[in-house]
Design a binder for this molecule. Sequence first.
Ligand SMILES: Cc1cc2nc3c(=O)[nH]c(=O)nc-3n(C[C@H](O)[C@H](O)[C@H](O)COP(=O)(O)OP(=O)(O)OC[C@H]3O[C@@H](n4cnc5c(N)ncnc54)[C@H](O)[C@@H]3O)c2cc1C
Length: 473
Amino acid sequence: MHGRPTDEIRGRVAVIGAGVAGLVAARRLAQRGADVTVWEAEDRVGGQVHTAEVTPGTYLDLGAEALHLAAPGVAALLAELRLDGVRLDETMVVSSPGATRLVTPRGLRALPDGVGPAGPTRLGPVVRSRTLTWSGLARAGLEPAAARRMPALADDGDMSVGDFVTRRFGGAVTHAFVDPLLGTLHSGDVSRLSLRGCAPALVPAATHRRSLVLRRRAAGPPALGFATWPQGLSVLTTALLADQPGVTVRTGTAATSLSRRSDGRYDLAGPGTPAGTPYDAVVLAVPARPAARLLAGLAPQAAATLAAVETADVVTVLVGVPSTVTRDLPGTGLLVPSDAGRLLKAATYLGRKWPHLAGGETCWLRLSAGRAGEHRVQDLTDDRLVDLLTADLRDLTGLAGLAAAPTAAVVRRWPAALPQITVGHPARVAAARATLPPGVVLAGASYDGLGLAAGIRSGEAAAAALSVPEEAR
Ligand SMILES: Cc1cc2nc3c(=O)[nH]c(=O)nc-3n(C[C@H](O)[C@H](O)[C@H](O)COP(=O)(O)OP(=O)(O)OC[C@H]3O[C@@H](n4cnc5c(N)ncnc54)[C@H](O)[C@@H]3O)c2cc1C
């Protein structure tokens, strides 16, 4: 399919993968008139959005748990779906203020204001937080001078987030903030993660050698935070197709073979699912490895690039403990640096973070583990994971009551779930995209970055990139 993008589409389109990116792409294509079939290997839609009713009436997320409301594209989609608090039964809840704690060699420290996944934008709160030593602080204060000294990042260049932050603020800042924040988010090594792919907001500062702490911010209303719904994030993935004619979803249907016919259309098949009526276009909204397998015969160069994308195995463990036990926990959770020698990567005290989960007899704790390059979480049994992660939390917080057996636990493994967006990844993906046959597009976290907001934008862009042949209109 080619021609003018965003016009009407009359053809048949297969969307492979019903994660947020695939569902957004399916919705947009159906809105343009396409006859869309979604192929999804699992028996449910949502991909890494997976809400479970852990006890009657309590919905907790086992995958993504918070939507970044301020990210571009999110507010408009929520308004379109009438999910932005308009429906009485699906009013959004915004996470409570209350800082996450960082695990540091000097004990737990509240995450200072103005420190994001890619480092600080204000130094005052960092000074007051007592997270850094005096020498670390002194080096961080040289950031404006370091910004002028560092060579500008070329328009086609890339570097690691860790390298960028270390050269600007010093290694202590990378270690204290970027590793536990960005590294934990991506389950990866910040000295390998791409500045362009994982921290695009820093790229203008890198290309224009602008200081991050001297940057003047326009005054305005406080930024919108993170949100969910009382019924969990599956509200979003369900709503994407709920009122959308023109989309057929086939769950339990893995696609394992994609081939191009002599008329230019595509045959898609899977185990027990022979190729039926061909498709005019295909959206590959699956992670890079399954996409590579599907593209092996059609676009071998792109397939080789995608097959090389590394991933991290991660696990989410939800533990219910009596609220009396967790009453004295400070903040809303904690983040653990990669070199702390702990299996626990992050903990969120759900009853503290989310107003709708506060106040019950049970406080649910969300514990995460798994980093790129280690497969321990895959080898441990569920019981062992619960034991080790609660023991880490107990040691780090000093909360002896956690030694008591939890009242409930849910373990959700996410093998090969988080793509490692390493240095040069955006350029490699762009080159792979350029070799795809006409009518085949990629969407999702493996290509356009982690997170629901990035998935929404990726699905929108994939749908916009497809167009109907001029001659068929
Ligand atoms: C534990 C965890 C916590 C997270 N927390 C957050 C958070 O709080 N906020 C946030 O914004 N993001 C978070 N993320 C990241 C976010 O969830 C993902 O980036 C996003 O959901 C990925 O969407 P996607 O559509 O790209 O891929 P996926 O959701 O992975 O969807 C791909 C789909 O393709 C299907 N599939 C694969 N192969 C085939 C095949 N051959 N045939 C058919 N179907 C196939 C899969 O079953 C899957 O449903 C988290 C991720 C994880 C794992």
